[in-house]
Design a protein around this ligand. Structure first.
Ligand SMILES: Nc1ncnc2c1ncn2[C@@H]1O[C@H](COP(=O)(O)OP(=O)(O)OP(=O)(O)O)[C@@H](O)[C@H]1O
Length: 254
């Protein structure tokens, strides 16, 4: 069998317990060493696609592979790191920021979960990379929206996964933090990571995404940002609504 790097989503359909079909016949190839933007309307299935790639949801049809490995094997090898949407986290859970980041190292520890010197070093470096060193002892529930995002980004960094999946990392963050997260994603891309990032900030897409996937219950288009991120395709994906908003905010990003 030939080895294919990157993520292959092969004709998956996902149904939740309420029998709602969240994704149907979805196929796409997420190229290695590239940043791919995942764009679609609320309820379009972006989080469902992330959870399917992470192996948190079992598609009722189709399959996903990562670097030619089935999900379970890819999980065992710590290939994927995930930054969930903020509302999927229990912020009352009594853990500090550094505890959260250390969770990214669990896959490298034995059952006793005693951190090694390397684990501590990687946690420190990850906190520093997202500018959260000063908050390391803070309870996660006592962070601002942007600080929460950065804490979970540090956890993903600490995991040292080749594939990074980020579900709306820019929601609730200020412009400066968004820019610093984008800079970090570009650095990770240049270091060879495969990055899939969902966002509702359409204006920033063409500033950092090499490729785009348009999703509304199934994959509507996929390809380079230049080819796919067009007004016609956005109109098809959203029903024509956000195009004016895109144009308006593009000015902000030059
Ligand atoms: N746990 C769940 N149980 C039942 N239905 C769900 C569940 N999670 C999501 N859905 C439904 O599946 C569909 C896809 O939801 P999903 O969260 O994947 O969309 P999304 O593109 O991430 O949306 P948003 O942009 O609002 O975050 C929606 O119709 C949603 O109502």
């Amino acid at each position: 069998m030939t080895q294919t790097s990157g993520i292959i989503v092969d004709n998956i359909s996902v149904t939740y317990n309420n029998a709602r079909l969240a994704l149907y016949d979805a196929s796409c190839y997420i190229q290695p060493g590239q940043i791919t933007g995942l764009v679609g309307p609320n309820g379009g299935g972006k989080s469902t696609l992330f959870k399917s790639i992470m192996g948190f949801l079992e598609p009722k049809q189709g399959r996903v592979s990562i670097d030619s490995l089935p999900i379970r094997k890819a999980q065992k090898r710590q290939l994927m790191a995930y930054v969930p949407q903020a509302d999927e986290v229990d912020w009352n859970f009594p853990v500090s920021v550094s505890d959260v980041v250390m969770m990214g190292r669990y896959g490298y520890m034995n059952v006793l979960r005693i951190p090694s010197a390397t684990d501590r070093r990687v946690v420190n470096e990850s906190l520093a990379r997202v500018g959260m060193t000063d908050f390391r002892d803070r309870q996660i529930g006592e962070l601002s929206g942007g600080q929460k995002k950065r804490a979970f980004l540090a956890r993903a960094l600490a995991q040292e996964g080749k594939v990074m999946l980020l579900d709306e990392p820019f929601t609730g963050v200020d412009v400066k933090t968004e820019k610093s997260i984008i800079d970090l994603l570009l650095q990770l891309r240049d270091a060879g990571h495969t990055i899939l990032v969902s966002t509702h900030d359409l204006a920033s897409i063409s500033t950092f995404c090499d490729r785009v996937i348009l999703l509304n219950q199934t994959i509507l288009a996929t390809g380079t940002t230049e080819d796919v991120f067009t007004e016609e395709n956005l109109a098809m994906t959203f029903g024509g609504l956000p195009v004016a908003a895109t144009r308006r905010s593009q000015k902000l990003y030059g």
